[in-house]
Design a protein around this ligand. Structure first.
Ligand code: GRF
Length: 197
């Protein structure tokens, strides 16, 4: 039985698309994306899920977490991938899925992470600090924003003349879209093996 995965999104969903494409190439043999949940009804990510024939759900405030938890239970979800999900999950929420929620962050943690470091802010901070190498990190999610154990990282060089937008695009192309499917397979496999033990 493959690990049943839900992907949580809020925006454009390019990381979701990378997961869908990897799945269709057979690169996530131990998991299956069965559900996409968005807290934003207008997220383009939802269209990507529809195009791929994946079931979608929209969960909004109030009681966002309770609605998500109920939806996850209804679909027997075993693993959660946060792919551009723009809400911080509480300790209560995370305690339902220990070491079963992963997130992609567009820097080399522990640099440029934690509260306030999202989207272009991350790349602005890297450029203004003057680092020469940045990248992306996939990590387990716990109650501390970007604070859980690291699963995988990939470095990306900063180049002369980079703007936050240019850097964001390079980090996505060279790191995020490669790393997230790989990490998803690693964790799917671990969960699948735990089930047969
Ligand atoms: C990505 O940069 C990801 O690292 C961060 O949010 C962004 C989401 O982009 N967590 P997309 O919706 O996957 O295109």
């Amino acid at each position: 039985m493959r690990t049943r995965i839900a992907v949580l999104v809020s925006g454009g969903g390019t990381n979701l698309q990378a997961l869908i494409d990897a799945q269709s190439r057979g690169e996530i043999p131990d998991g299956e994306i069965v559900l996409v949940i968005s807290n934003n009804p207008n997220a383009y990510a939802l269209q990507r899920a529809r195009n791929a024939g994946i079931e979608i759900a929209v969960c909004t405030k109030p009681d966002l977490e309770a609605k998500i938890l109920e939806t996850l239970k209804d679909h027997n979800i075993e693993m959660i991938v946060l792919a551009g999900f723009m809400a911080i999950l509480s300790k209560y929420f995370v305690s339902h899925y220990p070491e079963r929620i992963i997130n992609i962050h567009p820097s080399l943690i522990p640099s440029f992470c934690g509260e306030g470091f999202y989207g272009l802010h991350v790349h602005e901070a890297a450029l203004s600090y003057g680092v020469k190498v940045t990248g992306a990190t996939v990590h387990y999610v716990n109650e501390i924003p970007d604070g859980g154990r690291i699963i995988a990282q990939k470095a990306v060089d900063i180049q002369e003349g980079d703007t936050p937008e240019i850097l964001q695009k390079r980090v996505m192309e060279q790191a995020e879209w490669i790393l997230l499917p790989r990490a998803t397979e690693i964790v799917s496999k671990r969960i699948r093996l735990e089930k047969v033990q």
